[in-house]
Design a protein around this ligand. Structure first.
Ligand SMILES: CC(C)(COP(=O)(O)OP(=O)(O)OC[C@H]1O[C@@H](n2cnc3c(N)ncnc32)[C@H](O)[C@@H]1OP(=O)(O)O)[C@@H](O)C(=O)NCCC(=O)NCCS
Length: 180
């Protein structure tokens, strides 16, 4: 049996933007540019959180980011902006660690719900998201530039004990970094 890599997370920095854009170009039909990633770091830190994942302390192999939306008088909502893993490093739990790290931090920010759009034919992502308690709530026909439909998913009750306990089952051991 091959040994699983050690996955660690850290905050995205401006220096990561070229690597993230290069990774995007490999996996996305509508890839984000380096400028778009760099622009995310200019946004108020209360409204964004981007993490990058490293394998065995080496190069960046994945990234993920949340946007936080304050809802008057209610807990914050989070929107998954993007998540991707280098094709050579997929199916090793990298995206799971990224989402786990983002959600642990989101709970600290009083976030009770998470939403996202995903291409309706992106089965790998659907399976990943369902593991995190996201459920389908509808579709946006023709949402993407090439005419593909988007599936809208939501998870609620993220601040609850039950969700916290569920999160703890999704990664084998606590990851380093990704902490604020
Ligand atoms: C979706 C994506 C981020 C998953 O990254 P990953 O690091 O490979 O995911 P993980 O290893 O954490 O996988 C978690 C689970 O998701 C499911 N999954 C992931 N890839 C899958 C695939 N190709 N087919 C079926 N299920 C898949 C599996 O249940 C997997 O668990 P398992 O390996 O124990 O069976 C990656 O495939 C990717 O970068 N795709 C292109 C970009 C993209 O589509 N991003 C989503 C935009 S909304």
């Amino acid at each position: 049996m091959s040994s699983m890599p050690t996955i660690s997370l850290r905050e995205m920095t401006l220096d990561d933007a070229p690597a993230m854009a290069a990774l995007e170009a490999q996996v996305s039909p509508e890839p984000w540019s380096e400028e778009l990633f760099a622009g995310e770091l200019d946004v108020n830190a209360a409204e964004r959180h981007w993490l990058v994942a490293l394998e065995n302390g080496g190069d960046v192999v994945g990234f993920g980011g949340l946007m936080f939306v304050a809802v008057d008088g209610d807990p914050t909502e989070a929107h998954l902006m993007n998540i991707a893993v280098d094709p050579a490093h997929q199916r090793k739990g990298v995206a799971t660690h990224l989402l786990h790290g983002l959600l642990i931090d989101a709970r600290r920010r009083d976030t009770n719900s998470l939403t996202l759009e995903v291409r309706s034919d992106n089965v790998a992502a659907h399976v990943l998201y369902r593991r995190f308690g996201l459920v389908d709530v509808g579709t946006r026909p023709g949402y993407y530039q090439d005419g593909a439909d988007a599936l809208i998913m939501w998870a609620h009750g993220i601040l609850g004990d039950a969700y916290g306990e569920h999160l703890a089952t999704l990664v084998e051991c606590p990851v380093d970094g990704g902490e604020r």
